[in-house]
Design a protein around this ligand. Structure first.
Ligand SMILES: Cc1cc2nc3c(=O)[nH]c(=O)nc-3n(C[C@H](O)[C@H](O)[C@H](O)COP(=O)(O)OP(=O)(O)OC[C@H]3O[C@@H](n4cnc5c(N)ncnc54)[C@H](O)[C@@H]3O)c2cc1C
Length: 497
């Protein structure tokens, strides 16, 4: 009894603003279609069960180090790009002028540098990063290389957006347009996944890449959705997304479920920070790429033929800009406040027996994600919008950590875990949850962003596309402006108008 009260009080005492925000997300996803009063009552009952029964039980087999580290497990080692190049050369200066300035050195920024180093015959690119390479969501994530969102998921989010904004189109026309978007997305994402696999092999990037797919346990109340989505995958030919029986979910992932799961065949697992740092290290072998970490871009001004990139170390002029700041975009470009919406997600890691959980495979339920990594397990959840100025803030909810621990016991029978690292990161969502790859201002400023928590499924091919566009190179157009440009949110440039 006293330990129950102590656990509950301990949690309640440390509640932060984000716990309350995240509670709203959970209520909405747990009880879709219920009235507000019904949701509140159901949530209160659930909360009481958690606090009184499940959390105290969890404390018997799971401990959380005090103080817990806020460093993501992927970034726990030495940082090869800390204060680059100033740590080694304190007199180093930003260049006065470059061909391309890249803002941010996450997945998209580092991929831009890599592609520039391979494709550009002239001109210099400067990558400007306010913290360090992979210090944002790129180094704080779950470690999956996704095939992008599956076709029917994209169709659904785009169609839902069109229902809100395109009453000028009939239902059939909106549905057709949503199919066009989904097809364009899936084509680009499938190519992206193969490009990553080939690049890791060709460049020998040591990033612990293992391709064993991603098991996504379905909510037993929503099996019709799984059925519809896998049928749409078959019918459209984007057949990476299939349904597997409960026994196969257990064989592949060690997850104990009683209903079929969704399975992405081509997904892989990796160390995301090693991938991003690996790309940057290769890019920096070229004299055409320069990197400046611990350098914050404070504003970007269009001066006609050039952009002035103002930073806290001086100004760089650039003919082209690639905005790879992802969830930080609206802080830098406030006009994009409603277009790029920062969302917080969180993870934790600790040494553990892992129960039945298998290694090298992506695993999620409808409420959380899980994976085995380096003698322990990584787990997390959440997708809650945060104010623009909170992008990148490290403020995980302890409540969510405790909740996902209870899920881990239920799904994998984990016997012990000592949580040593607990962190959060921000991703960004656009209103249609469809990424922006390409033009941002109708001129020479481009972006790769709005990737809706699926950065590994967009960033590599997306950056390739943007670099190719800047260099005027031919090749397949995986990101037609009609769908992927930020201009689609302008009334006069909407597709299908
Ligand atoms: C907990 C969690 C789990 C996730 N799991 C997965 C997963 O398994 N698979 C997957 O594909 N995706 C996952 N994601 C999402 C994925 O990490 C992101 O989609 C992806 O990293 C975003 O792209 P990025 O790497 O280019 O952005 P970021 O890594 O956020 O890069 C943006 C960079 O820009 C820099 N920056 C911002 N503003 C400025 C400025 N003014 N000046 C200079 N630099 C600036 C930032 O410091 C940062 O380094 C997850 C995210 C989280 C948080």
């Amino acid at each position: 009894m006293s330990s129950r009260i102590a656990t509950s009080l301990g949690l309640l005492r440390h509640l932060q603003v984000h716990d309350f925000r995240a509670a709203r997300t959970f209520v909405a996803s747990f009880y879709p279609g219920r009235s507000l009063p019904a949701r509140v009552v159901l949530f209160a009952r659930w909360l009481f069960r958690m606090l009184w029964k499940h959390f105290p039980e969890t404390s018997r087999w799971a401990s959380i180090e005090h103080p817990v580290s806020r460093t993501p497990i992927w970034l726990a080692g030495a940082d090869p790009f800390e204060n680059h190049p100033f740590a080694r050369d304190p007199a180093a200066k930003l260049p006065a002028e470059v061909e391309v300035a890249v803002i941010g050195a996450g997945m998209a920024g580092s991929a831009s540098a890599y592609h520039w180093s391979r494709l550009a015959a002239t001109g210099t690119m400067a990558v400007i990063e306010m913290n360090s390479v992979a210090s944002g969501a790129a180094g704080r994530n779950e470690g999956l290389v996704v095939m992008g969102r599956y076709y029917s998921y994209v169709h659904h989010t785009v169609n839902t957006y069109l229902e809100r904004t395109r009453m000028d189109l009939g239902a059939a026309a909106r549905d057709r347009l949503a199919h066009e978007f989904a097809e364009a997305y899936a084509k680009a994402a499938y190519a992206n996944a193969e490009m990553i696999a080939e690049t890791i092999e060709r460049e020998r990037i040591e990033c612990d890449y293992v391709r064993k797919g991603w098991v996504q346990a379905a909510n037993p109340d929503a099996l019709d959705r799984l059925e519809r989505s896998t049928r749409m995958a078959r019918e459209t030919g984007f057949a990476d997304w299939v349904k597997i029986p409960a026994e196969e979910s257990f064989e592949r992932a060690g997850i104990r479920v009683h209903a079929p799961s969704g399975f992405s065949i081509g997904a892989a697992s990796w160390d995301p920070a090693k991938w991003v740092r690996g790309l940057m290290a290769i890019a920096l072998r070229s004299p055409r790429v320069q990197l400046f970490t611990r350098t914050r871009v404070t504003s970007v001004k269009d001066q006609g033929e050039r952009y002035a990139i103002h930073t806290d170390r001086g100004t760089v002029l650039a003919r082209f800009v690639i905005n790879a700041a992802e969830s930080h975009t609206p802080a830098l470009f406030p006009s994009l406040h409603d277009i790029i919406q920062p969302m917080q997600t969180q993870a934790a890691w600790g040494p553990s027996d892992g129960g039945t959980m298998k290694a090298g495979v992506g695993i999620s339920s409808d409420r959380a994600f899980f994976g085995r990594h380096g003698g322990g397990v990584i787990f997390g959840s959440d997708a809650t919008r945060v104010p623009d100025h909170e992008a990148g803030r490290n403020q995980p909810s302890r409540f969510i950590t405790r909740f996902v621990l209870t899920e881990m016991k239920r799904l994998f029978g984990v016997e012990t875990i000592r949580v040593t690292n607990e962190w959060s990161g921000t991703v960004s969502y656009t209103p249609d949850e469809f990424p922006i790859v390409g033009e941002m201002d109708g001129k020479r400023m481009h972006m790769v962003g709005g990737m809706a928590g699926s950065g590994s499924g967009v960033s590599f091919n997306g950056a390739h596309h943007v670099v190719k566009t800047i260099l005027g190179l031919d090749g397949p157009d995986y990101y037609p402006a009609k769908y992927f440009s930020a201009l689609r949110f302008r009334r006069d440039a909407r597709p299908g108008s």
